[in-house]
Design a protein around this ligand. Structure first.
Ligand code: SF4
Length: 364
């Protein structure tokens, strides 16, 4: 399988520089859920901060407990060592206690040079959750207005929402056509994960070129579902390719759990809230184990996957609460699973590679 994407993907830094040169601002956004469209309505490019794995985490050690996950350790270390100096704004969604702690640290104890805004996505659904989230979105609008001097109209925000909805639908299409796309797992995820920093319009061009490269479906690779938070270190994708597996469905927080449905409200704030609250079942949103299980079973059934690979950052509490029940229920269904725990900054160990190979031997 080719490792090259159909058109070159610019780096995060290059994308940020180009956006700055065009006169826009950049927001560094920590995981997981947030409204991309609202940032773009202000000319702000949201660039996500999932670590990065290469960050010097040492500066974070003085501020975080050792049992906080590596995404937050790397994320704070990156900021404290100047890695986010290029950003104009920082936004910290409240996805979990670790990110909530990071938000508090940046707001109250270790303020960076940039303005910081927390963003609370409610657990649960229903009218109260929607109303709460609408108010959070209005607070984020006020923050962006204060720091950009812009005041986009409802129509302008709605145009950005519709563009993001098209970009979201393109990710769904990539997975629907996965077997026919001549890309190995890493190259495929380079396309999918460019959504973390590319403007939606450029991401749509990339998806269109990728989908145009369709060829005969590859029915030899063993189809698997990848679950967890983020595929870092990305060597897991190489290990899956080398073992003969293809990721055909995604339940990662950075990808599949953000395949938001299109909203229906004509009010842009309510529509953004509807979309975020309509995300696929996600531990960090407090969905029930039953809903998580139904979702995983549906992914397996619809994609024809033969196994589920749970790829988890160590010390990720939200995931750990759900994992034992999910694994047991899937195994009882006859669906093979493995769980690999990683520190996103460490290389993938040989033991993990061997376990992937053993899993593939079991399911073929
Ligand atoms: S890996 Fe888990 S604990 Fe860490 S930031 Fe993500 S959800 Fe929170």
């Amino acid at each position: 399988m080719p490792a090259a994407t159909p058109i070159p993907i610019p780096s995060r830094i290059q994308t940020i520089r180009e956006h700055h040169e065009a006169g826009g601002k950049v927001a560094a956004v920590y995981p997981i859920h947030y409204p991309r469209a609202l940032f773009r309505a202000f000319g702000v490019l949201p660039v996500e901060v999932w670590g990065p794995p290469s960050a010097d985490r040492n500066p974070a050690g003085a501020h975080l407990q050792v049992y906080v996950c590596s995404i937050v350790h790397c994320g704070l270390g990156f900021l404290l060592s100047g890695g986010l100096d290029i950003a104009d704004l920082i936004v910290v969604p409240h996805a979990c206690d670790s990110l909530q702690g990071l938000g508090s640290l940046l707001l109250d104890f270790q303020p960076p040079k940039q303005p910081v805004q927390p963003f609370y996505v409610p657990r649960g659904e229903g009218t109260a959750a929607t109303d709460f989230l609408v108010e959070e979105l209005r607070a984020l609008y006020a923050f962006l207005a204060e720091h950009t001097g812009a005041a986009p109209s409802d129509a302008e925000v709605m145009a950005c929402i519709e563009r993001e909805e098209r970009a979201g639908a393109a990710v769904v299409s990539l997975f629907a056509e996965r077997r026919a796309l001549p890309l190995d797992n890493r190259a495929f995820y380079r396309v999918v994960r460019s959504r973390e920093f590319l403007p939606a319009e450029r991401f749509l061009d990339l998806c269109e070129a990728t989908l145009a490269s369709r060829t005969e479906p590859d029915n030899r690779a063993v189809p698997v579902v990848l679950s967890g938070i983020v595929p870092e270190p990305m060597e897991v994708l190489d290990a899956l390719s080398e073992a003969g597996a293809m990721v055909v469905a995604d339940d990662l927080a950075c990808c599949g759990r953000r395949m938001y449905p299109a909203g229906s409200s004509t009010d842009p704030f309510r529509r953004m809230a509807e979309r975020l609250l309509g995300s696929p079942p996600d531990c960090t949103r407090g969905t029930t184990v039953r809903a998580r299980l139904d979702h995983l079973r549906r992914l397996v059934e619809e994609s024809g996957a033969r196994a589920v690979v749970f790829y988890e950052p160590k010390f990720c509490e939200p995931e750990q609460f759900y994992l034992p029940l999910q694994r047991d229920a899937l195994e009882a269904d006859g669906i093979h699973t493995i769980t690999i725990e990683v520190d996103i900054g460490d290389p993938l160990g040989m033991q993990a590679v061997t376990r992937i190979e053993a899993l593939l031997e079991t399911v073929v």
